[in-house]
Design a protein around this ligand. Sequence first.
Ligand SMILES: Cc1cc2nc3c(=O)[nH]c(=O)nc-3n(C[C@H](O)[C@H](O)[C@H](O)COP(=O)(O)OP(=O)(O)OC[C@H]3O[C@@H](n4cnc5c(N)ncnc54)[C@H](O)[C@@H]3O)c2cc1C
Length: 494
Amino acid sequence: MQGVSEAGIADLLIVGGGVNGAAIARDAAGRGLSVQLVEQHDLAQHTSSASTKLIHGGLRYLEYYEFRLVREALIERERLLGIAPHIIWPLEFVLPHEQHLRPAWMIRAGLFLYDHLAKRKTLPSSRGVSFAVHPAGKILKPSYKRGFTYADCWVEDSRLVVLNAMDAAERGAVINTRCKLKSARPEGGVWHAETDAGPLKARALVNAAGPWVGEVLGQKLGLNTKNAVRMIKGSHIVTRRLYEGDHAFILQNPDGRIVFVIPYERNFSLIGTTDVPFDADPNKVEISVEETSYLCEAVSRYFRTAITPADVVWSYAGVRPLYDDHAAEAKAVTRDYVLDLKHDNAMPPLLSVFGGKITTSRKLAEHALEKLLPAMGRQVGASWTGTAALPGGDFADFDKYLSEFRRRFPSLSPDLARRLVRSYGTRAERFAGTNMGEDLGGGVSEAEAAYLARHEWARTAEDILWRRSRLGLHVPEGTAARMDEYLSRAVSAG
Ligand SMILES: Cc1cc2nc3c(=O)[nH]c(=O)nc-3n(C[C@H](O)[C@H](O)[C@H](O)COP(=O)(O)OP(=O)(O)OC[C@H]3O[C@@H](n4cnc5c(N)ncnc54)[C@H](O)[C@@H]3O)c2cc1C
């Protein structure tokens, strides 16, 4: 059996199929460890599908002197772009200048640091722009005359999680979705866990449960910890596309926060986010009326055409499981991560993950293994995840590969070919072709749904329409029911 050694004991049991758990599974499996991952719901069902979807250094973290985090994130930006060019791409940000909020010298200094804290190979450097010339001038109110542009990257957040899990599985890890860790206790130098899939044993346990990290420690393992997670809700709204053009905006708010407006899913604009302290059940996170108004007002302050809550076509919210550094304000809590390793004679290694970003997940996983492996009496070995392509990402130039794909599969419409390559990269070749079965809605064929069920752990229409993709925004009524019906037939047919 893969994922466990001869004695039925895995090297690692990872709790949590968000970006951090999946990245640790990938890295560990590639270093030869036997890995079991349990996720209580679907992969990326929680925080890791509710992000702003930016691979970014975090320009605003410079104001909190988070130089280590920003530098690490900027290095990761180029690395992730290299290993997953299908789901990650550069995005230009326009920052309208507001002298009374942040003086120009301060922004120039921040952007200079942002440009130079880490080496850039692909992304352009920042620059000052005049809105008499830049297309953003047509969208912004005429009082905005000048601003700045800089580059960061977009990421399909939940697909990044799935690709990490796929790569881990292809290297021998066992990924159990819809499988909750109920309890675990140390005995005879091994963790004995009870899960929905039955008992599991492991030499080390990784608690990557995101907003549940404290619950896993306290309720499932019966331990106390001095480290705590501070839950901060963040919400986004989606409207019909507010403007033409590929650039995003970073808007400064009078409360010192920033709000992004980003072109989304071709026909939409994504607007977020908020920072609201949260102490309820992380299973039930929703945008509030106040947050919706706050985001609409942020856009209306800058854009010629105001928006109101009536323009919102969809929204989502998530909880940031941040490391509690006792900052006074939600927006000031560190976005850096803390890895807490417990290990003594009575307890085999237990590593808990506090905080982190989608952007730093690969590096976090590397640090996690550098801490865990010596505690397990194993050699750390060379890091490898920064250069090995994620599934489907084994090409260098997106446009070039797309043209090649279209030549090979001429029966696909240009839009469908593009969507498939953006979603699956070279893996789309495994199911694309002339006979892809019935269209279940919105261009999702039976062949695509079958691929998602077989290789990406998709079990329901929601998994496909709202996490493996955001096609839920586009598909006609009845698609979800047809897809669920197809999936249940496909699963029962094995
Ligand atoms: C509004 C918002 C915007 C953000 N924007 C960005 C951004 O633009 N860029 C960026 O880099 N980062 C961003 N982040 C941060 C990023 O999304 C998070 O740091 C990251 O997703 C956390 O991942 P995780 O794996 O730790 O947690 P999660 O994704 O929540 O995963 C933890 C998983 O553990 C599972 N679990 C819990 N208990 C159990 C159990 N007992 N058994 C089995 N499974 C269990 C849960 O079901 C969950 O799926 C944003 C976050 C928010 C909320």
